[in-house]
Structure formats: structure tokens, C-alpha cells
Design a protein around this ligand. Structure first.
Ligand SMILES: Cc1cc2nc3c(=O)[nH]c(=O)nc-3n(C[C@H](O)[C@H](O)[C@H](O)COP(=O)(O)O)c2cc1C
Length: 359
């Protein structure tokens, strides 16, 4: 049993509290995937989190599925991230980078010149649309990866993890959730492969586990975290055997002693925390849909080691303080979640700033 303001051991780090800033894409980078200087200010404003997890960051040019998302595969990208890390560390806080590959979710608009199709475990198009500067566009049919290409992508994740550590990050979270490449391998509706990466649960989990092992080899298990969204249907995912699949995955994860496992599924009704928490032996972060009370309650009943807050932390840079003194909360503005520039990004007031304006 614990509360928000108990310390927490994560790998070799000691977090000040158990209120975690959720990974959130904010689409402020330039076309080369380089963060602007004001991204450092955004993350600096949120240093009172026990741990900050950054927005999902592309491991390669083919990983990019969303407008103005940052990368971690060029020198300029690494350099810009270094400023973010410096700003966070200057305040004594901790920060992990979330890395991803969007697989079939990438529109050709975001891929390198001349490439018409994104890549995926199988040539199965996602239902739905994605935002571009020219308006919403339908997802497209991806190209099925060859077996040797899959192995190369595993290495891209390992290199990205190494680059993140070079930029100064305390660790790296693999994004295995929300219908991106890792979950496209896990799920039954997106993986029809007949090689060692498809078919049985062991085979569908192979890409996830090989990627984790490659990251661990590069940066160490104590600096490697993982997000999963069991049963999640976001981005047109269907996992027909989710209960058995995640039971197997959790048992495999137990052998690896990661920094933490972050579970957060949206777009469905089942609550996975009571299912997975008892079988996972390491540090467990629970996310999605928590308010102060439900987070406090889950910690009190030992249902998680820490609670991950998304939109509340986006809109309240000083969320832990507001929880501590039961203060009012700012509301988030969806219209600026992914808009370019500083508006709706670094202008959410802290309590002190709000008070100064009132005077
Ligand atoms: C603007 C926005 C961007 C997001 N981007 C990411 C992301 O890059 N990676 C990720 O794992 N989840 C992402 N999410 C999901 C959040 O991490 C979180 O799971 C979700 O907001 C639900 O938690 P909440 O109810 O506390 O907001 C995003 C959510 C929002 C609102």
C-alpha cells in the first residue's frame, strides 16, 4: 500500500513521487523531426512528475505516422532532445523517452520521398483516417515486411534507445500499445504471417521480445520500460486471444526485470489492471482515465506502484501540487493538442501564475 508522495524505485532511479507524466504526442517538431527550443520549456514545466515519459518518438524515417512528430535517429534530433533532458535534470527530475514505429498507420505523406506504402507484419489496411495538413486521409494498405527486414527494424529500436541514452535520457520506454507496429505483430487481425513472427502466440510476441532484448543489450534492463494496451482496439486492432496472449507476454517480461511495465488501454471496457498486476512481478504503472481519487485508491489497495496521468498533466503543469492541496484543475483544450507553435502548449498556468493574474 502506498500513496502519491511515497518514493518509488525504478531501475536504479528513485522517483520523488508516484504521479507519472504520460507519453503524449504534441506535434511541435519540424519536418526533420527536430524538437523546437520551446519543447524544453514544455517538459521543464512538468518536472514535478515522479517521472516524465516523452511523446512517442520515431525510430527511423519509415516509423513516422503523424505530423510534426520528433525522431531520435539523426544528430540534429539527438542534439535538440539533449536540451529537453538538460532542462528536466536541472530541476532534479527524471525522464524516459518513448520510442515507436507506427507501421501501417503511417500515411505516405509522412514517409520519405518516393515511398508509397508503409510497412507492417501483413498487408492489412487499417480502417480509419489520419490527420494531414491537407485534411483527413484514409489509411492505406501497407507492404508486408520480409523476415530479414523485421530483424533490421529490431535493430533500429536498439539504436534509437542508444541514441536516447546519448542524449541524456534516464531510460527508454518501448511503445508496444495503441495499434502501432509492436501491437500489429501481437494482434490476430493484423498479423497473418507464416514465418517465425506470425501464427502462434509465441511467434506473434517474438517481435516485441526481440526488440526488448535488443534494447536491453544496448542500454540495460534497468533503463528499459514498456507500454502495452492489452485488448485495445485503437487503430483498428482486434486481439482475439488477448487473455492468453498477455498471460504469455507477462511471464516472459518477468524474466527480464524491466525498469517498469506501463499498462494503459483506452477504447474498451475491460479493466486489465486487476488481471495483470497480480502476475507481473516488477514495477507496475497503471494509466488511462484516472482522476485524483481513483489514482489514490488504486495505490492504496496496491493495485499499481504508480499512476500515469495524460490529459490532466497536459493541462496542469503542476499537477502533483494541485493533488496535494486539492486545488482546482485547468481544463484541457483539444483543439491545440497537435497544433503547431506555443499556444496550448507552454501557456497552461500553474496555480501561482493563475493567482498572479487574478490579483
Ligand atoms: C494529445 C495526446 C497524445 C497522446 N500521445 C500518445 C503517445 O505519443 N504515446 C502513448 O503511448 N500514448 C499517447 N496518448 C495516450 C496517453 O498516454 C494516455 O494513455 C491517454 O491520454 C489516457 O490517459 P488520461 O485519461 O490520463 O488522459 C496520447 C494522448 C493524448 C491526449
Amino acid at each position: 500500500m502506498s500513496n502519491f508522495f511515497d518514493e518509488l524505485q525504478v531501475g536504479n532511479l528513485t522517483l520523488d513521487n508516484r504521479i507519472i507524466y504520460a507519453p503524449m504526442t504534441r506535434s511541435r517538431a519540424n519536418d526533420a523531426g527536430v524538437q523546437p527550443a520551446f519543447a524544453a520549456e514544455y517538459y521543464r514545466q512538468r518536472v514535478s512528475a515522479g517521472l516524465i515519459i516523452t511523446e512517442a518518438t520515431n525510430v527511423s524515417p519509415m516509423a513516422k505516422g503523424y505530423i510534426r512528430t520528433p525522431g531520435i535517429y539523426t544528430e540534429d534530433q539527438i542534439e535538440a532532445w539533449r536540451e529537453v533532458v538538460k532542462a528536466v535534470h536541472a530541476k532534479g527530475s527524471k525522464i524516459f523517452m518513448q520510442i515507436f514505429h507506427t507501421g501501417r498507420i503511417a500515411l505516405p505523406d509522412f514517409l520519405p520521398e518516393g515511398i508509397e506504402k508503409p510497412v507492417a507484419p501483413s498487408a492489412v489496411k487499417a480502417e480509419g483516417q489520419n490527420y494531414t495538413d491537407e485534411g483527413m486521409k484514409n489509411f492505406v494498405e501497407p507492404r508486408e515486411l520480409e523476415t530479414n527486414e523485421v530483424k533490421k527494424i529490431v535493430q533500429k529500436f536498439a539504436t534509437a534507445a542508444k541514441n536516447a541514452i546519448e542524449a541524456g535520457f534516464d531510460g527508454v520506454e518501448l511503445h508496444g500499445a495503441n495499434g502501432y507496429l509492436v501491437q500489429q505483430f501481437l494482434a490476430t487481425n493484423t498479423n497473418g504471417r507464416t514465418d517465425e513472427y506470425g501464427g502462434s502466440i509465441e511467434n506473434r510476441a517474438r517481435f516485441l521480445l526481440e526488440t526488448l532484448d535488443a534494447m536491453i543489450a544496448e542500454i540495460g534492463n534497468e533503463r528499459t520500460g514498456l507500454r502495452l494496451s492489452p485488448g485495445g482496439e485503437f487503430n483498428d486492432i482486434k486481439e482475439d486471444d488477448a487473455a492468453e496472449l498477455y498471460d504469455y507476454v507477462i511471464k516472459e517480461l518477468n524474466k527480464r526485470e524491466l525498469a517498469y511495465l506501463h499498462i494503459g488501454t483506452f477504447d474498451q471496457n475491460k479493466n486489465w489492471h486487476p488481471v495483470l498486476r497480480p502476475t507481473y512481478e516488477g514495477t507496475y504503472f497503471a494509466g488511462v482515465g484516472f482522476d485524483k481519487e481513483s489514482g489514490e485508491n488504486l495505490l492504496a489497495e496496491n493495485g499499481a506502484d504508480a499512476i500515469v496521468y495524460g490529459k490532466l498533466f497536459l493541462a496542469n503543469p503542476d499537477l502533483p501540487k494541485r493533488f496535494k492541496i486539492d486545488a482546482e484543475l485547468n481544463e484541457w483544450d483539444e483543439s491545440t493538442f497537435y497544433s503547431p507553435g506555443v499556444e496550448g502548449y507552454i501557456d497552461y498556468p500553474t496555480l501561482e501564475e493563475a493567482k498572479a493574474v487574478e490579483k
